[in-house]
Design a protein around this ligand. Structure first.
Ligand code: FES
Length: 107
């Protein structure tokens, strides 16, 4: 059964912004794209770069890795530009009232 963890309140991540949350096994980044929240691992699939530190292009739903420039779709995790070719893991986000809950990547 999928376990969800409360990671923040909606007010903590306005549209166009992002926040990080440290699970035991994985740090994740939650992005607000025009009011819809998406969550991906904070770990580039090219060479483990700190993906969430890169440029967040909310208009195009993209995060650009700060290390070598790979681009990922924050909605799907798909790698859109080299040098990354593998998708970044994504995690389901749900909203309960004004709380943000994320699917736990922990085993
Ligand atoms: S570590 Fe992200 S592009 Fe290389």
């Amino acid at each position: 059964m999928t376990k969800f963890v409360k990671v923040a309140n909606l007010a903590d991540v306005p549209p166009g912004e992002r926040i990080w949350y440290d699970f035991a096994d994985e740090t994740v980044v939650i992005f607000n794209v025009n009011g819809t929240l998406y969550c991906v691992a904070d770990r580039c699939t090219h060479d483990d770069g700190p993906l969430g530190d890169g440029t967040f292009d909310a208009r195009n739903c993209e995060i650009h890795c700060p290390r070598h420039g790979a681009i990922f779709d924050v909605r799907t995790g798909e790698a859109l530009a080299m040098p990354a070719v593998k998708p970044v893991p994504t995690f389901t986000v749900k909203i309960e009232g004004d709380e943000i809950w994320v699917e736990s990547p922990d085993e």
